[in-house]
Design a protein around this ligand. Sequence first.
Ligand code: AQP
Length: 351
Amino acid sequence: MTTQERERETAGRGRVEGVRTVFSGIQPSGDVQLGNYIGAIKGWVDRQEEKENYFCIVDLHALTVPQDPEELRFQTRSLAAMLFAAGLDPEKCTIFVQSHVTAHAEACWLLNCVTPIGWLERMTQYKSKAENQETISTGLLDYPVLMAGDILLYDAHEVPVGEDQRQHVELARDIAQRFNRIYGDTFVVPEGVIPEIGGRVMGLNDPSVKMSKSHAHIRGHAVRMLDDPKEIERSIKRAVTDNGNEIRFSDDPERAGVNNLLGIFKVLTGLDEAAVEAEFANARGYGDLKSRVAEVVIDALTPIRQRHEELMQDVDALDRLLEVGAERAEAVAGPKLDAVKELMGLTLTKR
Ligand code: AQP
């Protein structure tokens, strides 16, 4: 094998032999809510050891729906502080802002040109987000291709996300396979890693819809990561349940509210289902359940909120961490993009 072939092989297969590469992203599109934490961030923190980790603040994705520029700037920093406050270690993880590494936008264009439009029109998130927009941007339709570029540039093996992003990771797999078929083996085909419980935390005011940043301003919908204990308690005490009194896991849609609260309790305590149900064997109705859930949520979020407040006091330090993250990301994404461009015929001389 020549040096160039070996380089290309390395560019296509992760950087440290035997170490799995993890990539995931989160949009600075509003107040981070408990579902983002339970479905994604907590898992990133818990499994950051022994993997090569890339966590990206996907500001280009946030632009797919209207954003106020000042608010977007603020939310981007605040989200960075949130990721560090939640426990991501900058020594173990590359944390960066998507628009700071231009390879992402370029990869999106290149992958657009191998992605049939019908694949995008089928995406359920596109359909549901498009419903709420007066004008639908091309970016909203293209969102999953940008996401595929994010993942494929790092040859990620694993993409830990909540259930709502499953379809997009599947699409990234389809795009990788199609590209590999056309141009030869180039991209690692990534796998979505979705938590069994907590992959879809539901709205407290309506347990038939997922908890969402963009609905977090609606009273009682979400627990926001920066809510103070009183606010958390209020939201959970107000959570919609049902007319029964049985505190058990269930997939009955009528009991989705109780199931949601039990799922939150399970993930945050680390207990198994039987142990969770045993905890509530002598409870006096849903009031007790709500009090205990509020307690564990407050215990989990208070140190994160306090650390976030400290980090936001030194934005220069925060910006420096993001600069280092972008440099490290660029060092991986840049050469990968170059290899892709060469394969597609965009470089005039071949290496
Ligand atoms: N309710 C949820 N339960 C479990 N996981 C969730 N995630 C989002 N909501 C829940 C996961 O959080 C990660 C980051 O999400 P995102 O910022 O990429 O955007 P999203 O999936 O569209 O999340 P939101 O909060 O609903 O944001 P908006 O309202 O801006 O669209 C992802 O891994 C996601 O699965």
